[in-house]
Design a protein around this ligand. Structure first.
Ligand code: HEM
Length: 500
């Protein structure tokens, strides 16, 4: 009896998967960790949800059902506790929980950027870039932050006067991209002026749809074997089949633009400016970080420095329009703390407690990158929240699940800035469970700048306008999450505040 090649292949595959399933359920050291069995035996369920944008929202349900530690794939465990933030993200040296570069978009040249570099290389790069993000540097950049905020306000005044509906998602995003272009290379994109996104900026939104496809490569061994280097060229032929061509090309073009604009900026060596490249040059950054590493990192600075701030201030506006008491309290704090708009400065705004609480609460309920980025357990394994987790297991915290867990917060789904001020009813909230900028040596380098930008933007907005949600945006918060939230317009009507 002869067996066809097809039948033989099918039999081998069936045998392989039967053994893999039995191993994952009965022998794998993670078998004792609670979680759905279907997820324990295969990467496919998580991949399906990643691609259709429903994974992040589903994780909270899994934690509710199975508890604070869950297994979500053959080699992946999720946590939500504050102690897991310490064990995983504050790890250092040989005990570092490294990042898996395959969880991140590839670089243009194959040289690692700061986001994906191993801990040793990361430390070196971070030292080179830190001077651009100190408190002193942020104050030196205040002139630009104020200038672009004022341009945004004056554009919005024109729109408000004409009575047309205004999409605040779009306007906040035009503002942050103009600002990041200026702060990065002294090259604003003119988005506020032209009232539309520069083509490079539009590409970032295309990237959102590409990231879930990338997770196919990071999860399935067969694809990892086929990738020829984690850079755009190495991906080219796979991309042809899995990533929409327009998206792939746009992303590559964006990487090329940021890479070459940075190199050009470094070679000009203009240290009189106050952009991030000039801080790098003045502080002798080239001695610890190569220009190619900086070029590759510039795409991260460009994207991280704009999208997350735009997303957070848009969400803040949404929450405030849904919660009239919070809206009134914030507006009163802003409008009674200053006699004149010129007094609204980064330093003065740090003293407004309700404003800080509003932004903390927004980032708790609607973190701009909620899924969490996995880390890998170091050699010899580690104990996390009472479980021994073997080396090479992927571990992570999903911000949305941690931030809305009843184990950490009273009325976890309620928008209540008061919890950050320890009002009655919220005294026992574990505020440290929410870590919007993550923790440890690889936390957000731009957190001080993000706070400064968001405080100035929200304060000047409410100093100048009363805002009303338009019915077409009534379900705005119902969005899918890829690596970031899907973008939907937030339509509002603005009324200029009458000054007495
Ligand atoms: C609300 C605003 C922001 C939030 C919530 C946020 C959040 C984060 C988080 C969670 C990470 C860690 C990512 C990881 O572990 O893979 C990160 C990293 C980073 N962020 Fe932010 N970010 C914000 C604004 C900014 C701004 C304004 C910049 C300005 C350039 C920036 C630049 C970066 C960079 C360069 C990294 C990589 C840091 C490193 O690897 O050392 N972010 N951010």
């Amino acid at each position: 009896m002869s067996i066809s090649v097809f039948t033989l292949t099918a039999l081998c595959a069936a045998l392989y998967y039967t053994i893999a399933i039995a191993y994952n359920l009965l022998i794998n050291p993670l078998r004792h960790i609670p979680g759905p069995k279907l997820y324990a035996i295969s990467h496919l369920p998580i991949l399906r949800r990643n691609i259709n944008g429903t994974w992040c929202l589903y994780v909270s349900k899994l934690h509710e059902k199975y508890g604070p530690v869950i297994r979500v794939s053959p080699n992946e465990v999720l946590f939500i506790s504050p102690s897991a933030w310490n064990t995983i993200w504050r790890s250092k040296g040989t005990r570092s929980f490294e990042k898996d570069p395959l969880n991140y978009p590839p670089t243009l040249t194959g040289v690692d950027n700061m986001l994906i570099a191993n801990s040793k290389a990361h430390l070196r790069m971070r030292r080179a870039l830190n001077p651009a993000f100190t408190d002193g540097a942020i104050l030196e950049q205040e002139r630009d932050i104020q200038k672009f905020t004022n341009s945004l306000v004056s554009k919005l005044k024109q729109k408000a006067a004409s009575g047309t509906p205004i999409d605040m998602q779009q306007w906040f995003s035009l503002y942050t991209f103009d600002l990041v272009g200026k702060l990065l290379y002294s090259r604003p994109f003119g988005c506020l002026q032209s009232e539309e996104h520069h083509p490079y900026v539009a590409m970032i939104y295309d990237l959102i749809t590409m990231v879930p496809y990338l997770s196919i490569f990071s999860r399935l061994t067969v694809f990892q074997l086929l990738i020829k280097g984690w850079n755009m060229d190495g991906l080219t032929w796979l991309a042809r089949y899995f990533i929409p061509k327009k998206t792939y090309n746009a992303f590559k073009e964006l990487l090329m633009f940021t890479f070459y604009a940075t190199k050009e900026s470094v070679h000009r060596r203009d240290t009189r400016r106050r952009d991030w490249i000039s801080y790098f040059l003045r502080n002798n950054g080239e001695s610890t970080m190569s220009v190619d590493e900086l070029g590759e990192t510039s795409a991260i600075l460009f994207i991280a420095g704009s999208e997350s701030v735009a997303s957070t201030v848009t969400s803040t506006l949404w929450f405030l329009m849904q919660n009239p008491i919070s809206y009134q309290t914030l507006v009163e704090e802003i409008r009674t703390s200053f006699r004149d708009e010129s007094e609204i400065t980064i330093t003065a705004l740090k003293k407004l407690p309700y404003l800080t609480a509003v932004l903390e609460e927004t980032m708790r309920l609607r973190h701009p990158t909620p899924p969490g980025f996995a880390r890998t357990v170091p050699k010899d394994g580690a104990y996390i929240d009472g479980y021994f987790i073997p080396e090479n297991t992927k571990v992570s915290i999903n911000s949305m699940a941690a931030n809305t867990s009843p184990l950490h917060f009273n009325h976890p789904h309620k928008y209540a800035p008061e919890r950050w001020l320890r009002y009655p009813g919220f005294e026992n909230d574990q505020l440290v469970a929410s870590q919007p900028f993550y923790a440890g040596p690889r936390d957000c380098i731009g957190k001080g700048l993000a706070w400064a930008e968001m405080r100035v933007l929200i304060s000047k907005f409410f100093w100048n306008f009363d805002v009303e949600l338009l019915p077409e945006s009534s379900g705005w918060d119902q969005q899918k999450v890829y690596i970031i939230w899907e973008k939907k317009p937030l339509w509002v009507k603005l009324a200029p505040v009458k000054k007495g």
